[in-house]
Design a protein around this ligand. Structure first.
Ligand SMILES: Nc1ncnc2c1ncn2[C@@H]1O[C@H](COP(=O)(O)OP(=O)(O)OP(=O)(O)O)[C@@H](O)[C@H]1O
Ligand SMILES: [Mg+2]
Length: 258
């Protein structure tokens, strides 16, 4: 049964999508079958793989509205062993459309049940909010990875983030586990980044991944070429970092490294 991992932090621009794309690709290169689900109305994970959202007939919106199956809307990507279910702007209306429906928290979980056996990993790129899209994702997940930028406001909002995870554990999904906190866009040369890293370690202790993602311009460039970092620049620092993360995630999920 495939493991479902949500990439979650309600803060915007902290590297969720970059991590979703490149962790998916790293796992794919380790012979894991991966499905990336883009739960963000911005659809950045979709466009980051060079897929034109507007040319697709179906996306995750149709999945949540039970108008089509996951299989119907799965597309291949440029990354080896990585398939994708696209996100798109129609997701933005779901909050209102689902308000009357009691079963909304379980919609994504139930919709991917049938395809879980097909994959080793399902990675969900969450939007920057604590709204129903993120909640649906957390209900469907076995694990969450929390990317945290090593800058001054890094830990702002952490208590709401953890409260949300606890709320989901208590009400909908008691098996949900934080797989790890990932420090991203790190610049080891600055005193501030080093101080913030120490603070993140103090708060999350051994939940912090040993792998740190450095600030690397190649990671920011790759999406405009529709490629994961391994295909865009396999020798970049970013490629090495995400390769190491893929290995660490596999170890943690398999319980070899806790
Ligand atoms: N390690 C990195 N080094 C340099 N730039 C990065 C790195 N990680 C991400 N970026 C850039 O930072 C910006 C924000 O990253 P990203 O889109 O992954 O964040 P996000 O959390 O998904 O944002 P949102 O909350 O809007 O969905 C992007 O322009 C991305 O290319
Ligand atoms: Mg994003």
């Amino acid at each position: 049964m495939g493991k479902v991992i949500g990439i979650f932090n309600q803060k915007g621009g902290v590297g969720k999508t970059t991590t979703s794309i490149n962790l998916s690709a790293a796992l794919g290169r380790k012979k894991q079958k991966v499905l990336l689900i883009d739960m963000d109305p911005q659809g950045n994970a979709t466009s980051g793989f060079g897929i034109n959202k507007n040319q697709l007939d179906l996306n995750v919106y149709d999945l949540i509205q039970t108008r089509a199956t996951a299989e119907d809307m799965t597309v291949t990507t440029s990354a080896k062993n990585v398939n994708l279910i696209a996100g798109g702007i129609d997701l933005a209306g779901l909050e209102i459309e689902l308000a009357e429906k009691d079963d909304w928290p379980f919609r994504l979980r139930d919709a991917i049940e049938a395809i879980k056996d097909t994959y080793d990993f399902i990675i969900i790129d969450c939007p920057p909010s604590l709204g129903i899209l993120s909640l649906m994702a957390l209900v469907a997940c076995n694990y969450v990875i929390i990317p945290v930028q090593s800058e001054f406001y890094a830990l702002e909002g952490t208590s709401q983030l953890l409260e949300t995870i606890h709320m989901v554990q208590n009400n909908y999904n008691q098996d949900l586990e934080i797989l790890g906190v990932l420090v991203v866009m790190h610049d080891a040369r600055t005193r501030l980044a080093t101080d913030v890293f120490d603070e993140i370690k103090r708060v999350f202790s051994d939940k912090v991944f040993k792998t740190i993602i450095s600030r690397n311009v190649r990671l920011a460039e790759a999406p405009s070429y529709g490629q994961a970092i391994f295909d865009y620049d396999s020798l970049s620092k970013g490629a090495w970092n995400y390769k190491a993360l893929g290995k660490e995630v596999l170890n943690r999920v398999n319980g070899d490294d806790k």
